[in-house]
Design a protein. Structure first.
Length: 461
């Protein structure tokens, strides 16, 4: 029996209403924000590292859905896996059986994490973090979680408790007991551990906000302190994992680091079916699931669903077969080096940092009098406006999608699909150079746009 539902027809008839529908029924600030910064585009399709608008123009994606599209859009291997799992008509989510796909995906993930033994599957990065927080508290019998200043671990109530940015936390208190320490501040970490109530320390090896890397030796020293005080090391690899930084996990850049719990998500989905995973040590899982009475003490209704597991298995297969991690390292090194070579050329460009294909481009106060005056105008209105001034012409004039790495930061974060190569590096560096040339002289179009941003900031937009 046919219901008469026709997705293609529905999109054809009502696709043009996309911004109005969001304004009317969803987050009304999103279309408002997009129109304000000139990002209210109409994208029709995507493939690999590119997508196309309604006029057939191609756009280079240097954002990859905040890291979700690690393999780019619509990778054929992942697409086939999803077609195959749907065609198989599996008896999925019965809740009272042990289907093979979750076990196979867990096996593959653990092969990249040989010091860990078990996996819990959820539906997102924030759920993976929530799982780690619950497991750490249960395993240690302690209430408090430590995190880093400026961290981002998710926006649900538990993960929000370890979010180091006040702007996200405001209005949602009270949260779980937590304490922030500086990234790299071992003295502060030891001081908090000495209180004896810390269950764990959750850390991004490279912070997404600002693209700040843990200082050399910090993770191994932190691990030593945590073990001495009976607390757990939790590595949040939701954005940095699965090859993003040139190793399978970002913590692997430092020898000897073996987290007790690891959180992954984003790229594991293949860009199709949301999935999160929390990997951990055997004894931690045995503490949580301590008896048959507690078999469902932590679970997720859609966790381990067949589509998500199939997508995850396909993603890991592509990562291994197509040497995606090695490509991220090599291409990232080239891109970062070419951008770093521009620091001496442009006084507004202060630093290029990061690992693999997770790169931060930071702007700062110029030295020349003319540019200092323009810079000060923007800073007085709202910090972060100059980075937005760079992002907008990259999209509107050069058809390259990027975004600032956090509110009120003069940093652009590049997290493109891990499959990009020389062609994409050339295109981005050429466009970025043209935008910076304009900022340092040229037509002054960027600074005219900056004045518009200032007016909007003053008006409260």
């Amino acid at each position: 029996m046919s219901s008469g539902f026709d997705l293609a027809k529905l999109l054809e008839e009502r696709g043009d209403e996309r911004y109005e529908l969001h304004a009317r029924h969803l987050n009304h600030q999103l279309p408002r924000m997009l129109r304000t910064i000139g990002f209210d585009m109409v994208y029709e399709r995507g493939e690999g590292a590119y997508f196309w608008d309604d006029e057939g123009e191609d756009y280079l994606d240097m954002l990859s859905g905040f890291g979700v599209m690690g393999l780019g859009r619509h990778h054929p291997v992942v697409r086939k896996a999803l077609h195959d799992v749907l065609d198989a008509s599996l008896a999925d989510l019965t809740r009272f059986d042990c289907p093979p796909l979750p076990g196979l995906l867990a096996e593959k993930l653990l092969a990249h994490s040989p010091h860990l033994e078990r996996v819990f599957f959820s539906n997102s990065g924030t759920e993976a973090v929530e799982t780690a927080l619950k497991f750490a508290r249960c395993a240690t019998g302690r209430p408090r979680i430590l995190h880093c200043d400026h961290a981002f671990h998710g926006l649900t109530a538990g993960s929000l408790s370890v979010n180091g940015e006040a702007g996200f936390r405001d209005g949602f208190a009270p949260l779980l007991p937590d304490t922030a320490v500086g990234l790299g501040d071992l003295a502060a970490l030891e001081r908090e551990l000495a209180r004896g109530d810390v269950a764990g320390f959750v850390v991004e090896p490279i912070q997404g906000k600002g693209v700040h890397e843990a200082p050399p030796g910090f993770l191994s020293a932190a691990q030593e302190l945590l073990r001495r005080h009976g607390a757990l090391l939790i590595a949040d690899e939701v954005q940095t994992g699965l090859g993003r930084t040139g190793d399978f996990y970002a913590y692997q850049h430092e020898d000897g680091v073996e987290p007790d719990l690891i959180c992954v998500a984003k790229a594991l989905s293949g860009g199709y079916v949301p999935v999160g995973a929390t990997l951990g040590k055997e004894w931690i899982f045995r503490k949580v699931y301590s008896s048959m009475d507690r078999v469902l003490v932590h679970s997720a209704s859609f966790g381990s669903n067949a589509q998500a597991m199939a997508a995850g298995l396909a993603v890991l297969s592509v990562i291994e077969d197509e040497q995606v991690v090695a490509n991220a390292r090599a291409t990232g090194d080239v891109l970062r080096a070419r951008l770093a070579a521009l620091v001496d050329r442009y006084e507004l460009l202060h630093e290029v940092r990061g690992r693999g294909l997770m790169i931060g481009i930071e702007f700062g106060r110029p030295t020349s009098l003319k540019l200092r005056g323009r810079w000060s105008m923007l800073q007085a209105a709202r910090k972060g406006l100059f980075a937005q001034m760079v992002v907008v012409p990259l999209l509107q004039r050069h058809r390259i999608l990027t975004q600032v790495s956090g509110d009120r930061l003069e940093v652009i974060k590049l997290i493109p699909p891990l499959i990009i190569g020389e062609r994409e590096v050339d295109r981005f560096v050429g466009a970025f150079t043209a935008v910076m040339d304009d900022a340092h002289g040229g037509s002054g179009l960027m600074w005219d746009f900056g004045k518009t941003l200032v007016k909007q900031a003053i008006a409260g937009h």
